[in-house]
Design a protein around this ligand. Structure first.
Ligand SMILES: *Cc1c(COP(=O)(O)O)cnc(C)c1O
Length: 430
Protein backbone atom coordinates (compact mmCIF):
# COMPACT_ATOMS: atom_id res chain seq x y z
CA UNK A 1 0.00 0.00 0.00
CA UNK A 2 1.29 3.43 -0.88
CA UNK A 3 2.08 5.44 2.22
CA UNK A 4 2.31 9.14 2.15
CA UNK A 5 2.55 11.65 4.96
CA UNK A 6 0.53 14.76 4.23
CA UNK A 7 1.71 18.19 5.33
CA UNK A 8 -0.59 19.87 7.90
CA UNK A 9 -1.98 22.35 5.35
CA UNK A 10 -3.24 19.43 3.24
CA UNK A 11 -5.13 17.98 6.21
CA UNK A 12 -6.85 21.17 7.43
CA UNK A 13 -9.90 20.59 5.22
CA UNK A 14 -10.75 17.05 6.33
CA UNK A 15 -8.68 15.60 9.17
CA UNK A 16 -10.67 13.99 11.96
CA UNK A 17 -14.10 14.49 10.36
CA UNK A 18 -16.23 11.67 8.94
CA UNK A 19 -18.91 12.93 6.49
CA UNK A 20 -20.86 9.68 6.85
CA UNK A 21 -21.61 10.55 10.48
CA UNK A 22 -23.20 13.87 9.39
CA UNK A 23 -25.51 13.06 6.45
CA UNK A 24 -22.56 13.33 4.05
CA UNK A 25 -22.01 17.03 4.72
CA UNK A 26 -18.58 17.90 3.33
CA UNK A 27 -17.94 20.39 6.13
CA UNK A 28 -18.30 19.79 9.84
CA UNK A 29 -21.74 21.04 10.90
CA UNK A 30 -21.97 23.16 14.06
CA UNK A 31 -22.92 20.73 16.83
CA UNK A 32 -24.99 23.27 18.73
CA UNK A 33 -25.93 20.96 21.56
CA UNK A 34 -25.25 20.99 25.27
CA UNK A 35 -25.56 17.27 25.91
CA UNK A 36 -25.34 13.92 24.07
CA UNK A 37 -27.68 10.93 24.21
CA UNK A 38 -26.12 7.69 25.48
CA UNK A 39 -27.16 4.44 23.72
CA UNK A 40 -27.32 2.61 27.06
CA UNK A 41 -26.72 3.32 30.72
CA UNK A 42 -23.64 1.06 30.54
CA UNK A 43 -22.20 3.27 27.81
CA UNK A 44 -22.84 6.42 29.89
CA UNK A 45 -21.08 4.83 32.85
CA UNK A 46 -18.08 3.84 30.69
CA UNK A 47 -17.75 7.39 29.30
CA UNK A 48 -17.84 8.92 32.78
CA UNK A 49 -15.25 6.48 34.11
CA UNK A 50 -12.83 7.72 31.46
CA UNK A 51 -13.75 11.39 31.81
CA UNK A 52 -13.10 11.27 35.57
CA UNK A 53 -9.95 9.14 35.26
CA UNK A 54 -11.49 6.32 37.30
CA UNK A 55 -9.95 3.75 34.96
CA UNK A 56 -7.55 3.86 32.01
CA UNK A 57 -8.65 3.58 28.39
CA UNK A 58 -8.96 0.07 26.94
CA UNK A 59 -7.07 -0.44 23.70
CA UNK A 60 -8.68 1.64 20.91
CA UNK A 61 -11.24 3.06 23.33
CA UNK A 62 -12.10 6.72 22.74
CA UNK A 63 -13.77 9.06 25.18
CA UNK A 64 -17.43 9.18 24.07
CA UNK A 65 -19.43 12.38 23.80
CA UNK A 66 -20.98 13.34 27.14
CA UNK A 67 -21.63 17.03 27.62
CA UNK A 68 -20.29 20.05 25.72
CA UNK A 69 -18.28 21.39 28.65
CA UNK A 70 -16.24 18.17 28.48
CA UNK A 71 -16.24 17.48 24.74
CA UNK A 72 -18.05 18.35 21.54
CA UNK A 73 -17.29 17.26 17.94
CA UNK A 74 -16.36 20.80 16.83
CA UNK A 75 -13.98 21.14 19.77
CA UNK A 76 -12.41 17.70 19.27
CA UNK A 77 -11.90 18.02 15.51
CA UNK A 78 -10.35 21.46 15.98
CA UNK A 79 -8.02 20.16 18.69
CA UNK A 80 -6.97 17.21 16.53
CA UNK A 81 -6.14 19.50 13.63
CA UNK A 82 -4.16 21.94 15.79
CA UNK A 83 -2.03 19.01 17.05
CA UNK A 84 -0.75 18.44 13.50
CA UNK A 85 1.12 21.75 13.25
CA UNK A 86 3.03 21.38 16.50
CA UNK A 87 3.25 17.57 16.43
CA UNK A 88 1.69 17.58 19.89
CA UNK A 89 -0.02 14.60 21.59
CA UNK A 90 -3.03 16.64 22.57
CA UNK A 91 -4.59 20.09 22.52
CA UNK A 92 -7.17 21.99 24.56
CA UNK A 93 -9.03 24.93 23.04
CA UNK A 94 -10.26 27.73 25.29
CA UNK A 95 -12.69 30.60 25.02
CA UNK A 96 -9.77 33.08 24.89
CA UNK A 97 -5.99 33.23 24.90
CA UNK A 98 -6.10 34.69 28.43
CA UNK A 99 -8.29 31.82 29.51
CA UNK A 100 -5.67 29.36 28.18
CA UNK A 101 -2.86 31.26 29.94
CA UNK A 102 -4.62 31.68 33.28
CA UNK A 103 -5.64 28.00 33.31
CA UNK A 104 -2.04 26.90 32.71
CA UNK A 105 -0.72 29.16 35.47
CA UNK A 106 -3.40 27.97 37.90
CA UNK A 107 -2.82 24.30 37.10
CA UNK A 108 0.97 24.30 37.38
CA UNK A 109 1.50 26.79 40.24
CA UNK A 110 0.44 26.64 43.87
CA UNK A 111 0.88 28.92 46.90
CA UNK A 112 4.57 29.37 47.78
CA UNK A 113 5.76 28.65 44.23
CA UNK A 114 7.92 30.92 42.10
CA UNK A 115 7.25 31.61 38.43
CA UNK A 116 10.14 32.65 36.17
CA UNK A 117 8.83 34.69 33.26
CA UNK A 118 10.27 36.54 30.30
CA UNK A 119 9.66 40.27 29.98
CA UNK A 120 7.89 41.87 28.28
CA UNK A 121 4.81 39.68 27.96
CA UNK A 122 1.36 40.39 26.59
CA UNK A 123 -0.35 43.08 28.70
CA UNK A 124 -3.07 40.73 29.98
CA UNK A 125 -0.51 38.09 30.98
CA UNK A 126 1.55 40.77 32.69
CA UNK A 127 -1.51 41.86 34.66
CA UNK A 128 -2.36 38.31 35.70
CA UNK A 129 1.21 37.67 36.86
CA UNK A 130 1.52 40.93 38.82
CA UNK A 131 -1.99 41.39 40.17
CA UNK A 132 -3.59 37.96 40.46
CA UNK A 133 -0.77 35.49 41.24
CA UNK A 134 0.37 37.40 44.39
CA UNK A 135 -3.16 36.90 45.78
CA UNK A 136 -2.63 33.15 45.74
CA UNK A 137 0.89 33.47 47.11
CA UNK A 138 2.81 32.92 43.88
CA UNK A 139 5.86 35.10 43.39
CA UNK A 140 7.20 35.99 39.96
CA UNK A 141 10.77 36.70 38.88
CA UNK A 142 11.29 38.30 35.48
CA UNK A 143 14.13 37.87 33.02
CA UNK A 144 14.61 39.32 29.56
CA UNK A 145 16.08 38.63 26.15
CA UNK A 146 19.48 39.99 27.18
CA UNK A 147 19.85 37.62 30.14
CA UNK A 148 22.07 34.57 29.68
CA UNK A 149 21.56 31.18 31.32
CA UNK A 150 24.06 32.23 34.00
CA UNK A 151 22.22 35.53 34.63
CA UNK A 152 18.89 33.76 35.13
CA UNK A 153 20.37 31.10 37.41
CA UNK A 154 22.15 33.80 39.43
CA UNK A 155 18.93 35.77 39.82
CA UNK A 156 17.05 32.70 41.06
CA UNK A 157 19.82 31.87 43.53
CA UNK A 158 19.97 35.46 44.77
CA UNK A 159 16.25 35.30 45.54
CA UNK A 160 16.88 32.42 47.97
CA UNK A 161 13.93 30.56 46.46
CA UNK A 162 15.58 28.18 44.02
CA UNK A 163 13.67 25.26 45.54
CA UNK A 164 10.36 27.04 44.92
CA UNK A 165 10.67 27.53 41.16
CA UNK A 166 7.80 25.63 39.55
CA UNK A 167 7.43 26.99 36.06
CA UNK A 168 9.17 28.98 33.35
CA UNK A 169 6.93 31.03 31.12
CA UNK A 170 8.34 32.59 27.96
CA UNK A 171 6.72 34.71 25.32
CA UNK A 172 8.83 34.80 22.18
CA UNK A 173 9.07 36.87 20.09
CA UNK A 174 7.80 39.22 22.74
CA UNK A 175 4.80 41.43 22.15
CA UNK A 176 5.33 44.28 21.23
CA UNK A 177 9.12 44.53 20.82
CA UNK A 178 9.94 41.31 18.88
CA UNK A 179 12.65 40.53 21.45
CA UNK A 180 13.50 36.82 21.22
CA UNK A 181 13.93 34.46 24.15
CA UNK A 182 16.04 31.30 23.88
CA UNK A 183 13.71 28.34 24.49
CA UNK A 184 16.56 25.83 24.87
CA UNK A 185 18.03 28.09 27.54
CA UNK A 186 14.66 28.07 29.38
CA UNK A 187 14.75 24.25 29.22
CA UNK A 188 18.25 24.26 30.69
CA UNK A 189 17.19 26.54 33.54
CA UNK A 190 14.18 24.29 34.21
CA UNK A 191 16.38 21.19 34.29
CA UNK A 192 18.86 22.94 36.58
CA UNK A 193 16.20 23.55 39.24
CA UNK A 194 14.12 20.39 38.72
CA UNK A 195 14.46 17.63 41.32
CA UNK A 196 13.32 14.00 41.63
CA UNK A 197 10.14 15.17 43.32
CA UNK A 198 9.52 18.28 41.28
CA UNK A 199 9.53 18.68 37.52
CA UNK A 200 9.66 22.30 36.35
CA UNK A 201 7.56 22.92 33.26
CA UNK A 202 8.45 25.26 30.42
CA UNK A 203 5.52 27.03 28.77
CA UNK A 204 5.89 29.16 25.63
CA UNK A 205 3.38 31.65 24.26
CA UNK A 206 3.86 31.08 20.52
CA UNK A 207 1.12 33.47 19.36
CA UNK A 208 3.44 35.63 17.24
CA UNK A 209 5.04 32.82 15.24
CA UNK A 210 2.84 29.81 15.50
CA UNK A 211 1.77 27.45 14.50
CA UNK A 212 3.64 27.91 11.23
CA UNK A 213 7.11 29.32 11.88
CA UNK A 214 8.08 27.99 15.29
CA UNK A 215 7.48 24.74 17.18
CA UNK A 216 8.50 25.25 20.81
CA UNK A 217 7.67 21.65 21.79
CA UNK A 218 10.47 20.54 19.45
CA UNK A 219 12.84 23.00 21.12
CA UNK A 220 12.30 21.64 24.62
CA UNK A 221 9.11 23.33 25.83
CA UNK A 222 6.48 21.22 27.63
CA UNK A 223 3.55 23.46 26.85
CA UNK A 224 2.77 25.73 23.92
CA UNK A 225 0.08 28.39 24.21
CA UNK A 226 -1.78 30.43 21.61
CA UNK A 227 -4.13 33.29 21.49
CA UNK A 228 -6.13 31.70 18.65
CA UNK A 229 -7.76 35.10 18.28
CA UNK A 230 -4.67 36.09 16.30
CA UNK A 231 -3.18 34.14 13.34
CA UNK A 232 -5.13 30.94 13.94
CA UNK A 233 -8.48 32.77 13.80
CA UNK A 234 -7.02 35.41 11.52
CA UNK A 235 -10.14 37.36 10.56
CA UNK A 236 -10.78 39.59 13.62
CA UNK A 237 -14.10 37.85 14.24
CA UNK A 238 -13.43 35.39 17.05
CA UNK A 239 -11.78 35.23 20.50
CA UNK A 240 -10.16 31.91 21.44
CA UNK A 241 -7.06 30.26 22.86
CA UNK A 242 -5.24 26.93 22.67
CA UNK A 243 -2.76 24.88 24.68
CA UNK A 244 -0.76 21.92 23.37
CA UNK A 245 1.62 19.44 24.95
CA UNK A 246 2.21 15.80 25.78
CA UNK A 247 -0.59 13.54 27.04
CA UNK A 248 0.32 13.77 30.72
CA UNK A 249 0.43 17.58 30.72
CA UNK A 250 -2.73 17.87 28.66
CA UNK A 251 -4.64 15.48 30.90
CA UNK A 252 -4.11 17.96 33.76
CA UNK A 253 -4.99 20.96 31.58
CA UNK A 254 -8.21 19.36 30.32
CA UNK A 255 -9.37 18.36 33.79
CA UNK A 256 -8.97 21.93 35.07
CA UNK A 257 -10.71 23.24 31.94
CA UNK A 258 -13.63 20.92 32.62
CA UNK A 259 -14.09 22.39 36.08
CA UNK A 260 -13.40 26.02 35.21
CA UNK A 261 -15.74 25.55 32.26
CA UNK A 262 -13.72 27.79 29.94
CA UNK A 263 -13.70 25.67 26.78
CA UNK A 264 -14.56 27.26 23.44
CA UNK A 265 -18.13 27.05 22.14
CA UNK A 266 -19.12 24.91 19.10
CA UNK A 267 -19.62 28.06 17.06
CA UNK A 268 -16.17 29.44 17.94
CA UNK A 269 -14.59 26.08 17.08
CA UNK A 270 -16.42 25.99 13.75
CA UNK A 271 -15.07 29.45 12.86
CA UNK A 272 -11.56 28.33 13.76
CA UNK A 273 -11.90 25.17 11.65
CA UNK A 274 -12.76 27.38 8.74
CA UNK A 275 -9.80 29.65 9.49
CA UNK A 276 -7.34 26.75 9.64
CA UNK A 277 -8.01 25.88 6.00
CA UNK A 278 -6.28 29.09 4.88
CA UNK A 279 -3.84 29.47 7.77
CA UNK A 280 -0.71 28.79 5.76
CA UNK A 281 -1.56 30.91 2.72
CA UNK A 282 -2.64 33.80 4.93
CA UNK A 283 0.43 33.74 7.14
CA UNK A 284 2.81 33.39 4.21
CA UNK A 285 1.28 36.35 2.40
CA UNK A 286 1.36 38.42 5.60
CA UNK A 287 5.04 37.56 6.07
CA UNK A 288 5.90 38.46 2.46
CA UNK A 289 4.17 41.80 2.88
CA UNK A 290 5.89 42.38 6.21
CA UNK A 291 9.34 41.95 4.67
CA UNK A 292 8.55 44.69 2.14
CA UNK A 293 7.13 47.00 4.82
CA UNK A 294 10.13 46.50 7.13
CA UNK A 295 12.50 47.43 4.33
CA UNK A 296 10.44 50.52 3.50
CA UNK A 297 10.40 51.68 7.14
CA UNK A 298 14.09 50.95 7.54
CA UNK A 299 14.84 53.46 4.77
CA UNK A 300 12.34 56.12 5.85
CA UNK A 301 13.77 59.32 7.40
CA UNK A 302 10.89 59.70 9.85
CA UNK A 303 11.57 56.27 11.30
CA UNK A 304 14.29 55.97 13.92
CA UNK A 305 14.45 52.20 14.30
CA UNK A 306 12.60 49.13 13.04
CA UNK A 307 12.15 46.05 15.25
CA UNK A 308 11.66 43.14 12.88
CA UNK A 309 13.26 39.70 12.88
CA UNK A 310 13.91 39.96 9.15
CA UNK A 311 16.31 42.85 9.81
CA UNK A 312 18.57 41.07 12.31
CA UNK A 313 22.19 41.23 11.29
CA UNK A 314 23.48 37.92 9.87
CA UNK A 315 26.22 36.52 12.08
CA UNK A 316 24.95 38.27 15.24
CA UNK A 317 23.97 36.20 18.29
CA UNK A 318 20.33 37.23 17.91
CA UNK A 319 20.40 36.14 14.29
CA UNK A 320 21.73 32.71 15.27
CA UNK A 321 18.96 32.33 17.82
CA UNK A 322 16.44 33.48 15.24
CA UNK A 323 17.68 30.80 12.82
CA UNK A 324 17.49 28.12 15.50
CA UNK A 325 13.93 28.93 16.55
CA UNK A 326 12.15 30.32 13.52
CA UNK A 327 11.71 29.48 9.87
CA UNK A 328 10.51 32.96 8.86
CA UNK A 329 10.64 36.49 10.31
CA UNK A 330 6.88 36.70 10.89
CA UNK A 331 4.48 39.51 10.09
CA UNK A 332 4.66 41.72 13.18
CA UNK A 333 6.70 44.91 12.95
CA UNK A 334 7.32 47.55 15.56
CA UNK A 335 9.15 50.77 14.90
CA UNK A 336 10.29 53.89 16.73
CA UNK A 337 9.01 56.96 14.98
CA UNK A 338 11.18 60.12 15.08
CA UNK A 339 9.74 62.19 17.93
CA UNK A 340 7.34 60.84 20.55
CA UNK A 341 3.69 60.25 21.32
CA UNK A 342 2.57 63.25 19.27
CA UNK A 343 4.20 61.94 16.10
CA UNK A 344 3.10 58.36 16.78
CA UNK A 345 -0.50 59.54 17.18
CA UNK A 346 -0.33 61.70 14.05
CA UNK A 347 0.83 58.66 12.10
CA UNK A 348 -1.90 56.40 13.55
CA UNK A 349 -4.63 58.98 12.97
CA UNK A 350 -3.69 59.38 9.30
CA UNK A 351 -3.73 55.70 8.33
CA UNK A 352 -6.47 54.85 5.86
CA UNK A 353 -6.14 51.20 4.84
CA UNK A 354 -4.75 50.08 8.23
CA UNK A 355 -7.24 50.03 11.04
CA UNK A 356 -6.30 51.69 14.34
CA UNK A 357 -7.02 48.75 16.59
CA UNK A 358 -5.33 46.35 18.99
CA UNK A 359 -5.10 42.61 18.25
CA UNK A 360 -2.93 41.15 15.51
CA UNK A 361 -2.55 38.41 12.94
CA UNK A 362 -5.68 39.33 11.05
CA UNK A 363 -6.22 39.52 7.29
CA UNK A 364 -6.42 43.33 7.52
CA UNK A 365 -3.53 45.48 8.64
CA UNK A 366 -3.78 46.77 12.21
CA UNK A 367 -1.81 49.52 13.93
CA UNK A 368 -1.61 50.59 17.57
CA UNK A 369 0.49 52.41 20.18
CA UNK A 370 1.61 49.84 22.81
CA UNK A 371 2.71 52.34 25.51
CA UNK A 372 -0.75 53.91 25.74
CA UNK A 373 -2.85 50.92 24.62
CA UNK A 374 -1.99 47.20 24.99
CA UNK A 375 0.85 47.80 27.47
CA UNK A 376 -0.52 50.79 29.39
CA UNK A 377 -0.68 48.68 32.58
CA UNK A 378 3.03 47.77 32.57
CA UNK A 379 4.93 49.81 35.16
CA UNK A 380 6.87 52.78 33.79
CA UNK A 381 10.36 51.54 34.64
CA UNK A 382 9.84 48.14 33.00
CA UNK A 383 8.29 49.81 29.98
CA UNK A 384 11.33 52.02 29.50
CA UNK A 385 13.74 49.14 30.03
CA UNK A 386 11.88 47.00 27.48
CA UNK A 387 11.76 49.76 24.89
CA UNK A 388 8.00 50.23 25.06
CA UNK A 389 8.40 53.98 24.66
CA UNK A 390 6.09 56.77 23.48
CA UNK A 391 7.61 56.59 20.02
CA UNK A 392 6.93 52.87 19.54
CA UNK A 393 4.26 51.93 16.99
CA UNK A 394 3.19 48.33 16.38
CA UNK A 395 1.97 47.09 13.01
CA UNK A 396 0.30 43.78 12.27
CA UNK A 397 0.65 43.24 8.54
CA UNK A 398 -2.34 41.89 6.63
CA UNK A 399 -2.88 40.17 3.28
CA UNK A 400 -3.65 43.33 1.28
CA UNK A 401 -1.69 44.25 -1.84
CA UNK A 402 1.79 45.28 -0.68
CA UNK A 403 1.82 48.45 -2.80
CA UNK A 404 -1.40 49.59 -1.16
CA UNK A 405 0.10 48.90 2.26
CA UNK A 406 3.23 50.90 1.43
CA UNK A 407 1.15 53.73 0.02
CA UNK A 408 -0.85 53.95 3.22
CA UNK A 409 2.17 53.92 5.52
CA UNK A 410 3.98 56.40 3.27
CA UNK A 411 1.16 58.92 3.14
CA UNK A 412 0.63 58.73 6.92
CA UNK A 413 4.35 59.28 7.58
CA UNK A 414 4.33 62.23 5.16
CA UNK A 415 1.77 63.96 7.37
CA UNK A 416 3.76 63.49 10.58
CA UNK A 417 5.18 66.83 11.76
CA UNK A 418 8.64 66.61 13.21
CA UNK A 419 10.06 69.12 15.68
CA UNK A 420 13.22 71.03 14.70
CA UNK A 421 15.46 68.68 16.70
CA UNK A 422 13.95 65.49 15.30
CA UNK A 423 14.20 66.90 11.78
CA UNK A 424 17.93 67.25 12.14
CA UNK A 425 18.15 63.62 13.36
CA UNK A 426 15.98 62.53 10.47
CA UNK A 427 18.05 64.45 7.92
CA UNK A 428 21.23 62.98 9.33
CA UNK A 429 19.85 59.53 8.55
CA UNK A 430 19.26 60.35 4.89
C1 LIG B 1 -3.70 38.58 22.33
C2 LIG B 1 -2.65 37.85 23.03
C3 LIG B 1 -2.94 37.10 24.19
C4 LIG B 1 -4.33 37.06 24.79
O1 LIG B 1 -5.23 36.39 23.97
P1 LIG B 1 -6.83 36.70 23.94
O2 LIG B 1 -7.30 35.77 22.90
O3 LIG B 1 -6.99 38.14 23.60
O4 LIG B 1 -7.34 36.40 25.30
C5 LIG B 1 -1.90 36.39 24.77
N1 LIG B 1 -0.65 36.42 24.27
C6 LIG B 1 -0.33 37.14 23.18
C7 LIG B 1 1.08 37.15 22.68
C8 LIG B 1 -1.31 37.88 22.53
O5 LIG B 1 -0.98 38.61 21.46
Amino acid sequence: MATHRYAPESLMMSFGYKPELSEGAIKTPIFQTSTFVFKTAEEGKAFFELAYGIRNKEQNEELGLIYSRINNPNLEILENRLCLWDEADDCAVFESGMSAISTILLEFLKPGDVLLFSEPVYGGTDHFIHHFLPKIGVEAIGFDANDSYEDIVARVQASGKADKVAMIYAETPANPTNAIIDIECCRKVADTFSTEEKEIFVAVDNTYMGPLWSHPLQLGADIVIYSATKYIGGHSDVIAGAVLGNSAVMQRVKVLRTFLGNMASPNTCWLLLRSLETLKVRMEQQMKNAKVVAQFLENHPKVERVHYLGLLEPGSKKYELYQKQYTAPGAMISFDIQGGEKQAFQFLNQLKLFKLAVSLGSTEGLAQHPASMTHIGVDAVTKQRMGITDKLVRLSIGVENSEDILWDIGQALDLVELSVETWSVALARL
